[in-house]
Design a protein around this ligand. Sequence first.
Ligand code: PA5
Length: 479
Amino acid sequence: MMSSSIGSEHGVLGSDLDEIKGVLNNAHEHLYAVIKDERIRIKQGLEWTQLPYQDKKLIKEIKTLGSQIRNKYENVMFLGIGGSYLGLKAAQDAFCPPYYNEFSSLRKDKPRIYFEGNNLDPDTLSVLLKQLNPKKTFVVVISKSGETTETKAVFMAIEKWLKNVIGKNYAKQVIAITDPESGSLRKKVNKQQLVSKLFFRNLPLLKGVGGRFSEFNMGLLHLAVIGVDIDEVLKGAGEMAERCASCEILKNPAYLYAALHYILYKKKEKSIAVMMPFSETLKSTADWYVQLLAESLGKKYARKIQVSGGLETWQMDLDKIVNVGRTPVSCRGTNDLHSIQQNNIEGRNDKVVTFIKVEKFKNEIKVPVGDEIISGRKFSELIALAQEATVWALAQEARPSCTITLPEVSPYYWGGLLFFLQMATAFEGELLGVNAFDQPGVEGYKNYMYYKLGKTGISADISENIKKHPLVKDNKFIL
Ligand code: PA5
């Protein structure tokens, strides 16, 4: 990313960092003031910063629950979308061996894991339900709001599927993770629990933790089911949190990452963020990052801060349209060197590539001895060389990139990686002057669907707007 590697036309100069020293200091001071004040932290959705220090008793209970499910069921389905899905999938692929569901020798008596509720495509769900035995399947439904259409529709279909075979006791095979007070999923849980405490058991979702920042909260049961050491994940996150608390840009990896991307975005028009792990098992972590970056920083309005009675509140500044945000793209090496990389190298110079390099893989293979130049080389050596070569090739074309090095894909380092990316995103939100913890843009499609489905209680403004501005299709262009 630096001019020393790629030249001053596209790279960051030391003086660029000096120029924004004041902006960086203000961003740090504000972010830390918010994090220190519990009331504001919870109100504005920054409680995720406290997740590494969670109550040990709660973690123990989750581990026990996880092992009970693991020992009793052949299949576990996790239902959820967005922040209620992507972190779990990232953990699944990082920690369970590839082909985990296919081979019992890899699962070692653990259940098969399926993710549903992350789409309304009827094909995946109908195929899966025809294959699984409801008696041997446990269901975890995750929705913070308890209102998300995708999760709701799939859960209703699955309830019917369970009920048809198991009868009313089907609810013993369900755990809900949802808001402690509001939402229709919460209502359903409370109603079932009047019948029996074992029906629709539930885990608390902490207040002030937004979906995409919640892997260390709503993802914990999944980690427990697949037998990942939760304490190690949180330890890695906690130690990263300490490193990311420094106000010194050259000591704080999250601030440095955010500041360099901010400079390249503002001064060099690098508006595309390519996340490219050189590891198959981290591809889903790159997908998780896509949501984190897109929903946190892709914003129409600037943030307006108001203080009253010592309590800070954030609003959208409707008079200040900013339309900011870098567009995230997820891919992986070496696979996508034969796909998107051509465009990264020769297309518009508007991207910054973040590589995630893994130093030690869980397995090793050597190319058999022969007369090829690759003969006798380890795969881990070749993938490391391919990553280095890609950095070099980008630099030759004055294309910025940076590399995050993970000693290995272990719970400790993965916990640290997620926390680092979350903190970098929060800090970049401060630099851009937007609220990184809401996602108002997601409402548009939801409102339209609700309107068309005839939901009651939609605000008059929304209905009027949809009526006044119907979807326009020009038949001339429909061939
Ligand atoms: O980050 C977010 O808050 C969103 O992406 C949500 O996770 C997503 O919309 C799913 O919401 P819910 O958990 O309420 O079903």
